[in-house]
Design a protein around this ligand. Structure first.
Ligand SMILES: Nc1ncnc2c1ncn2[C@@H]1O[C@H](COP(=O)(O)OP(=O)(O)OP(=O)(O)O)[C@@H](O)[C@H]1O
Ligand SMILES: CCCC(=O)O
Length: 375
């Protein structure tokens, strides 16, 4: 994170800003307390499948996650007294990137969101803690950031438009970090970012705007450790009408039990890569196939950017895998320099965004107003 050197204390200059960060993930909750740009407390845990199996929709996990947060805070003596609370943004209406104040409409929209993902809880959890201490709650660069160019929105069926749903927060943060290290502004360059986590999104960033990206949640693009990616439409239709599966079962094949999980029985890339390296031929072939779909998607974004990208950034948990990175790079390094930035920077960038609001460097956007006027 870029260090803050000016105007980074409370308005009266007496103490640093206290920013509480909540990042609910599919199988984890990550928490942090920042004083200005410094993390003074970090906590979090993996939630086991056994713990989560009783919940049908992610929003049903609200009490469970809030209880987890309070227990972690209590255990480490973190009192509720903050200048801002910021959470990961959820599946709202499509929005331009930026920081948004949590408001009543946002909360209602998250509770009734068509698409289900636990990131829908970020704003709701943040709001409860913020209300308790009378500070503002925010989200930043939610997964629905939509800056797609018009031609990227079309499908071959009128009325069926593509949606921009991707790892916006981390992808933009990594692209900014790359630009800053190269002595440039994110707003002045083009880059491709491949986020390889539980889902995989490959986004084309042109001068600060993501002009095209695969919908990582809804059957588009590469297949991933647990998602099916783009499927042959005709065969999918046949499967849906075969009478063998319920809608819920088909959705599970696409999202959750698809991809490498369906072929290998695990969604853990560490295990899968080890098996491939140890000579498990079927495992190696399907992993190669997944990496091939990622490489092809990167090629597509290269075209979207007219080949003007300064780099292809590869990020997310899978970017830690030397095995995967070596095999991916070999397929794409003729396009542009490949920069591997493993892991994710979500907690850090959420805190940074909140600090920018508190210090007046970012004007938070009004979600309700944005929905009403489209601006
Ligand atoms: N050191 C590592 N080597 C190889 N793979 C790793 C390593 N660490 C994590 N992974 C893999 O990364 C994947 C998870 O990545 P990440 O934590 O970015 O995803 P997530 O937060 O669960 O989902 P998403 O990023 O889609 O929201 C898992 O398949 C995990 O096995
Ligand atoms: C769409 C971004 C979140 C995910 O893939 O899990």
């Amino acid at each position: 994170m870029k260090p803050i050197t000016d105007n980074n204390t409370c308005r009266d200059g007496s103490r640093p800003y206290r920013i509480f960060v909540i990042n609910p993930g599919a199988t984890s909750t990550k928490l942090a307390l920042y004083e200005n740009d410094r993390a003074v407390w970090m906590s979090g845990a993996h939630h086991s499948a056994a713990d989560l199996v009783r919940f049908h929709r992610s929003t049903e996990q609200y009490e469970y996650r809030m209880d987890f947060i309070r227990r972690r805070m209590q255990a480490d003596g973190i009192a509720v007294g903050f200048d801002a609370v910021i959470g990961r943004g959820g599946l709202l209406s499509p929005l331009p990137g930026g920081v948004y104040r949590v408001d009543e409409k946002m909360k209602r929209d998250l509770l009734t969101a068509e698409m289900d993902h636990v990131c829908n809880l970020g704003a709701l959890l943040a709001d409860e803690l913020a209300q308790e201490c009378g500070c503002p709650a925010f989200i930043a660069d939610p997964v629905v950031v939509d800056e797609m160019q018009t031609v990227a929105r079309y499908t071959g069926i009128p009325g069926m438009m593509r949606k921009s749903v991707f790892h916006a927060l981390n992808s933009k943060a990594m692209a900014r970090q790359y630009a800053s290290k190269a002595g440039q502004r994110y707003e002045d360059i083009s880059v491709i970012v491949a986020h390889m986590g539980g889902g995989i999104s490959v986004s084309a960033h042109r001068r600060g705007m993501v002009i095209d990206v695969n919908n990582a949640l809804d059957g588009e693009g590469p297949f991933s450790t647990e998602r099916a990616g783009t499927l042959p439409a005709g065969q999918l239709v046949d499967l849906c009408f075969s009478g063998k599966y319920t809608m819920k079962q088909i959705k599970k094949m696409i999202h959750g039990h698809g991809g490498l999980m369906a072929y290998t029985g695990t969604n853990d890339m560490i295990t899968i890569a080890r098996r491939a390296e140890d000579g498990d031929e079927p495992c190696r072939t399907v992993l190669d196939a997944m990496l091939y779909t990622v490489a092809k998607q990167i090629g597509a974004m290269h075209v979207a950017l007219h080949g003007e990208e300064k780099a292809v950034i590869v990020t997310g948990g899978i970017a830690y895998s030397d095995y995967c990175m070596k095999r991916l790079k070999a397929q794409i390094d003729f396009l542009a320099p490949v920069v591997v930035m493993p892991g994710e920077n979500e907690i850090n960038s959420l805190a940074y965004n909140a600090l920018c609001v508190l210090t007046g460097r970012i004007e938070p956007k009004d979600y309700s107003e944005m929905c009403r006027t489209g601006r």
